[in-house]
Design a protein around this ligand. Structure first.
Ligand SMILES: Cc1cc2nc3c(=O)[nH]c(=O)nc-3n(C[C@H](O)[C@H](O)[C@H](O)COP(=O)(O)OP(=O)(O)OC[C@H]3O[C@@H](n4cnc5c(N)ncnc54)[C@H](O)[C@@H]3O)c2cc1C
Length: 384
């Protein structure tokens, strides 16, 4: 019996487990292969919906489903203490879990995602409303509903973070939201970003900078937040800028999952060193890494994890079957970018081809909504 352990049952872990169950169906049915998914919560959160929840366009309860509902019945789900990974023991090819057990594996897929590192910036947690967590999305909505005008700063604390286009979307949706509520003339909107411009990819930066100018959004960059004063309502940067705000929205610093650090398998920020083509952990050919967990300089996005899942599932299945055929990840990413409350554009790119966002349209907006809805029945279940 060969065991494939999948660490993390979020977007990446769920899709790859379902794909593996499909690819290895005959071997699983003959009890020659086992796919086990370890997730401490057992709850699957569709995080892209949190942006919409922050504007009252999604109900938080619609963004969470039990992992059991999404996983193939051919996969074994370990949840609660039995699913809580306490150590990733790559030297001994095993996962240790919160119930004191050790689970040997033949192949490991690491998909434990990223976490918010609020403590890196003094005062940030007390001041920033962030849709990057579910509870924050609800407070974001309440604050917007109570807002009557003033200065709103949207700040990205550090790169990388999950959904790199998310802050662009939040800012442009906010601008539209304020116009629709008749508050745009009473509001100064400031975007404080840690690198020059509004986004790291030149084509996207150019298009988005023009949209920001047309919409009267002030850009302050580079702005690397040093500290926030919750009482004085100011945010200060390492570059020496100090901005006043009535509302502070945005993205806190991110790092890889704590268990990566506890297991000493990551870098300084708990990202796991990963080959950008094979998606194998460096120096460990039986370990694959995907989604937010990797240290690859590519968007941390659900779509990235989805594209990566084809490569990981095929290569693990081929390895199990003794085949030398290997696929390579080409760096594919696809993201819709909301440019208001009813329009969107998108980017599609890979390691060799940079993105060229088309003009925003209502069709793209509705495609984004449709994608979000189809996530549960199509994407998560690896139907395509
Ligand atoms: C506001 C927002 C908007 C977004 N919008 C988009 C978008 O439009 N398009 C897009 O493609 N992406 C978007 N994303 C990004 C996307 O949600 C993430 O990139 C994606 O979820 C990453 O998948 P993952 O499997 O790597 O991690 P996750 O989905 O975060 O899953 C990680 C899993 O690992 C589990 N885990 C962690 N540590 C342990 C442990 N020690 N033991 C057991 N289990 C553990 C967690 O419980 C979790 O279930 C958005 C994210 C946010 C926050």
């Amino acid at each position: 019996m060969k065991t494939i352990a999948v660490a993390g049952g979020g977007i990446g872990g769920t899709i790859v487990a379902n794909r593996l169950c499909e690819r290895l169906r005959p071997e699983i049915e003959k009890d020659e292969v086992k796919v086990a998914v370890f997730d401490r919560s057992g709850q699957h959160v569709y995080q892209p919906g949190q942006l919409f929840a922050g504007f009252g366009l999604e109900q938080p309860s619609d963004l969470v489903k039990s992992e059991e509902q999404l996983l193939s019945p051919k996969a074994r789900l370990m949840q609660g203490k039995a699913g809580e990974i306490t150590k990733i023991d790559v030297a001994n090819h095993a996962l240790n879990t919160g119930d004191g057990k050790s689970h040997p594996y033949d192949y490991l897929v690491m998909a434990t995602g990223s976490v918010l590192d609020w403590d890196l910036v003094p005062g940030l947690k007390e001041s920033m409303l962030s849709v990057w967590d579910m509870e924050g999305a609800q407070r974001h909505l309440a604050a917007l509903r109570g807002f009557q005008g003033g200065t709103i700063v949207v700040n990205v604390a550090r790169l990388p973070h999950k959904c790199p286009v998310g802050p662009l979307e939040e800012t442009l949706m906010l601008e539209d939201y304020l116009r629709r509520r008749g508050l745009r003339d009473k509001t100064e909107l400031v975007y404080a970003y840690p690198i020059p411009g509004v986004f790291g990819i030149p084509n996207v930066n150019k298009v988005m900078t023009r949209i920001y100018e047309e919409r009267g959004i002030r850009v302050v960059s580079p702005f690397t937040v040093k500290a926030v004063d919750p009482q004085g309502k100011t945010i200060e940067s390492n570059e020496g800028e100090k901005l006043k705000f009535d509302l502070l929205l945005g993205v806190p610093p991110h790092m890889g999952s704590k268990v990566v650090g506890d297991s000493a398998v990551g870098d300084r920020r708990n990202w796991v060193p990963t080959d950008k083509f094979s998606l194998q952990m460096k120096d460990h050919s039986d370990v694959f890494v995907m989604g937010d967990t990797t240290d690859i300089a590519i968007s941390k996005a659900g779509s990235t994890a989805d594209f990566e899942s084809y490569v990981v599932a095929d290569n693990v299945a081929n390895g199990i079957r003794g085949s030398d055929v290997r696929k390579e990840y080409d760096g594919s990413v696809f993201c819709f970018i909301a440019t208001g409350m009813s329009t969107a554009t998108y980017i599609r790119f890979n390691y060799n081809t940079p993105p060229v966002p088309p003009p925003p349209s209502g069709v793209n907006w509705w495609s984004k909504i449709a994608y979000n809805k189809l996530y549960w029945s199509v994407t998560a279940k690896a139907m395509v």
